[in-house]
Structure formats: C-alpha cells, structure tokens
Design a protein around this ligand. Sequence first.
Ligand SMILES: NC(=O)C1=CN([C@@H]2O[C@H](COP(=O)(O)OP(=O)(O)OC[C@H]3O[C@@H](n4cnc5c(N)ncnc54)[C@H](O)[C@@H]3O)[C@@H](O)[C@H]2O)C=CC1
Ligand SMILES: O=C([O-])CC(=O)C(=O)O
Length: 252
Amino acid sequence: MIKVGLLGCGNVAHVIAKETEGFSIKACFDLMPRRAEEISKLTGAGSFSSFEEFIKEDLDIVVEAASVTAVHEFAREVLENGKDIVILSVGALADPGLKNELKDTAKRTGRKIYIPSGAIMGLDNLKIGRISNISKLLLRTTKNPRSLGIETDKKTMVFSGRADECIRQFPKNINVAIALELATGHDVEVELWADPDLQRNTHEIIVEGDFGNFYLKIENKPCPDNPATSYLAALSIITLLRNLEEPIKIGT
Ligand SMILES: NC(=O)C1=CN([C@@H]2O[C@H](COP(=O)(O)OP(=O)(O)OC[C@H]3O[C@@H](n4cnc5c(N)ncnc54)[C@H](O)[C@@H]3O)[C@@H](O)[C@H]2O)C=CC1
Ligand SMILES: O=C([O-])CC(=O)C(=O)O
C-alpha cells in the first residue's frame, strides 16, 4: 500500500486523514505541532515538528497541503530524499525559477511531481492547449469576502490581471489559476470577485481555441474549517492517491 506523508496538517489534511482507503498515512509534519498530533491521533501516523526528521521516514509520496511558502521551503528536499510529491499550493510554481528547479530535480532523482485538479474540474483535457491553439483563457473566481480576508458589503472586483500577480496577492485563494496555466501552457487572465451574498467558492473557466469553446462553472462547498478552501480540493487529492496504483488510467 502507498505510504503517504502529510506536509501541512490543516483543513485539507484532516479531510484526507478520514478517507484513507487505498493508501496509508505514515507521517505528518506541521509548523504547529498540535495540528500534526491531531492527524497522528486520527491515523496512527508519526507526528513530526522537524521537517528533517519527517522526511527521513519510509514514505513513497509526500502530500503538500500547507502553503505556497512551504513549497518554496521543502519541495526540492522531498524529491532529493527520494519521495514523489503532490503539490496543492501550486501557486508556488508561478515562480519560473522554482518550477524549473523542481522539474530538474525530479528528472535527476527519477521522482514525480503531481499537481491535483484541486478545486476545479476539466483540468485534464485542457492539457490539449499544449498542442492546439488557445485564443482565450479566463478564470473568474468569486468568493465570500471573509475567504479573501477583506470586507465589503457589495459584490466587488478585487483583482483583474495576470495569474502570477494574483497568486502573489492572494496566495491562499487562487492556486487554481496556476494549475490552469501549467495544464494549458498558456497565460490565464484572472478576475477575482468578492461577493458577500455568496456562500460557495465559485470558479468560472472560459476557453476558446482551435478545439471549439468551453465554459465551466463550479460552485464549491467550502471546507468547514477554512472557507477559502473548497471541499473538492481535498477530495481531489484522495482520488489522486487512490488512482496511483490503478491499472486503468482515466482522463487525459
Ligand atoms: N490547488 C487548489 O485547487 C487549491 C489549493 N489550496 C491550497 O492548499 C493549501 C492547504 O489548504 P488548507 O488545508 O485549507 O490550509 P490550512 O490553512 O487549513 O492548513 C495549512 C496547514 O499547513 C501548515 N503550514 C503552513 N505553512 C507551513 C510551512 N511552511 N511549514 C509547515 N507547515 C505549514 C499550517 O500550520 C496549517 O496547519 C493552501 O495553500 C491552499 O491555498 C486550497 C484549495 C484549493
Ligand atoms: O478552494 C478553492 O476554491 C480554490 C482555492 O482556494 C485556490 O485555488 O487556492
């Protein structure tokens, strides 16, 4: 069975820890030791407050569900220590230097970097953007202002522009834009809206290209402990882990 280490033991990690069919959580690490201990109680995994100790454990894959900063700090070391990595805070890869460094390290060490679909659908087939022209790629994300850490009493556009600039300003809220860029190989135009009447994290994806047109709107239920994060993001990681050993691979 696949041996998993959790890097970041917050809201997503707690959802994963309750659905471990098909894999086994062996170790967990968090800046806040109490959070790692909570996961340890749920799963029997070893809890670590030192990354150096955590990464020495016998693990096949590390799931990062921590922060953009944690990816900068630890992702390379995960690969250097012979483990694959799932990166949920994929906004970190908006930094081309880090992206290339991780890619080179994965090639050299023979490890894999997995970017889950996270809080959106349709990411798999949007990879066709790397072989076929895409003329428009827009992500419109709308969240409750409390998820964005702002206050407003009416629907307001809080950002319009490039994905890399948006993730710099909102590192906990727009990782999906960078996942879209990596999938398609194209820049994503981002609109970020705050709507006090909205209780669901809504992502609209508008694509036009040689293949035709695509429009997707997803209305995600937020996780109870972190309204900025959609429940779907945690489900997406559980699915990715379960599928690793499946003989039939579904989706592009
Ligand atoms: N790609 C996607 O579609 C999505 C990505 N995300 C991202 O996934 C990540 C996890 O989300 P949640 O579980 O909701 O967050 P959370 O805030 O509930 O939990 C994160 C945990 O990681 C720990 N942590 C943060 N930085 C750390 C570091 N440098 N070293 C060690 N521990 C660290 C925190 O102490 C906390 O316990 C966030 O970065 C979030 O923005 C969330 C939803 C969708
Ligand atoms: O969970 C969501 O709806 C999306 C999110 O936070 C992100 O992309 O960082």
